[in-house]
Design a binder for this molecule. Structure first.
Ligand SMILES: O=P(O)(O)O[C@@H]1C[C@H](O)[C@@H](CO)O1
Ligand SMILES: Nc1nc2[nH]cnc2c(=O)[nH]1
Length: 332
């Protein structure tokens, strides 16, 4: 039975054609035309098991890299992907059924390559709910990573520091999250569950792998980054607006340390398909919890801080990838 897919540009087309002619989506002009203007629909698009498998086949046929570690680059953190060697890069608009990235500071491609000799795949730019995509669409690439062979996910993001002891430029290792959008009934796992992805009711109490958190804390000491490394609770809001003072005060009471617009739904999807997760936020701004300030959060500053911290973040992620790779080898 064919399935109607709603593509990034709002075009509807019959995916039976795509699956039959999977090879026709090469890096040429045979991709369906897509623009950087997603449909504005929060309806869950049906990224079935077969479609994810089809995306995986498309990618695996075009790269020799066989990654065990997937990395999602947050806003301003895409330079990570530029450190990959022997890289194969796939612009999202060329990958069948992929959404397109519309945010400044997100390049919009999937990059496979070696990070210090270790095979990884890297999303250079992610999808956000405020771009008009359903949460399940935002986190769909995590399932692609799983299908490509990944066992571990490193999710990075830019976030506002709500904990008043945090400084701009700090790295906050995510020890847990509060799924504020989930409180309103919005989940990437909403809708029928395909048990081939994972269970209907996945646990979330160890969403961020405790062993990986310990490793990251040790690394931060070894790398003499202790004074700029935090460990805290992240939350994701729908955006795209930043927060009001009253909202921030409320979340502070709830125990939130950093506020962003991503990651939570990706981590839920990752845990659903049994990927081990490590996450961190780059604190790009202080959340304004007082009314008598002239400071305002803005996206340009968020991107600029990401760029300024490029070197530190790249070293940190490279070391984490080495450590995770050692764990994987020791488990074989
Ligand atoms: O993709 P991330 O979560 O790193 O980006 C955050 C959230 C918004 O996209 C943007 C706001 O400045 O930064
Ligand atoms: N929601 C939210 N996202 C961010 N991304 C970077 N900074 C912020 C912030 O202060 N709030």
């Amino acid at each position: 039975m064919s399935q109607i897919i709603i593509n990034g540009n709002g075009n509807h087309y019959d995916d039976s054609h795509k699956i039959k002619n999977g090879n026709s989506y090469k890096n040429n002009n045979s991709s369906p035309p897509r623009t950087a203007s997603p449909i504005f629909s929060y309806v869950n698009e049906n990224y079935s098991y077969e479609i994810i498998d089809n995306i995986k086949n498309y990618l695996m046929a075009r790269t020799k890299i066989r990654p065990k570690i997937g990395i999602i680059c947050g806003t301003g953190l895409g330079h990570l992907a530029e450190n990959l060697t022997e890289a194969d890069s796939f612009p999202y608009e060329e990958i069948p059924n992929f959404p397109v990235s519309t945010v400044a500071g997100h390049a919009g491609r999937m990059v496979f390559g070696y990070l210090n000799g270790i095979e990884v795949m890297c999303m250079q730019g992610r999808f956000h709910y405020y771009e008009g995509y359903a949460l399940s669409t935002c986190s769909m690439p995590v399932r692609v990573m799983k299908f490509c062979g990944c066992t571990h996910l490193i999710a990075t993001n830019a976030a506002g520091g709500l904990n008043s002891s945090y400084n701009v430029g700090d790295i906050m290792i995510v020890k847990d999250h509060i799924n504020i959008m989930g409180f309103a009934g919005n989940s990437p796992l909403q809708g029928p569950n395909d048990h081939r992805f994972g269970p209907r009711f996945p646990p979330m109490n160890k969403a961020y792998d405790p062993e990986l958190i310990d490793i990251a804390l040790r690394l931060s000491k070894e790398m003499k980054m202790e004074s700029e490394t935090r460990c805290g609770v992240y939350t994701c809001v729908g955006g795209p607006n930043y927060e009001t003072v009253a909202e921030l005060r409320m979340w502070k009471i709830l125990g939130v340390d950093a506020v962003g617009m991503s990651t939570v739904h990706e981590v839920i999807t990752a845990r659903h398909c049994n990927l081990k997760v490590f996450g961190f936020s780059l604190i790009t701004n202080k959340c304004e919890t007082e009314y008598d300030t002239h400071e305002e959060t803005n996206h340009d500053d968020v991107v600029t801080i990401g760029q300024r911290r490029q070197a530190k973040i790249t070293n940190f992620v490279t070391r984490m990838v080495e450590e995770i790779n050692n764990l994987i080898i020791n488990c074989q």
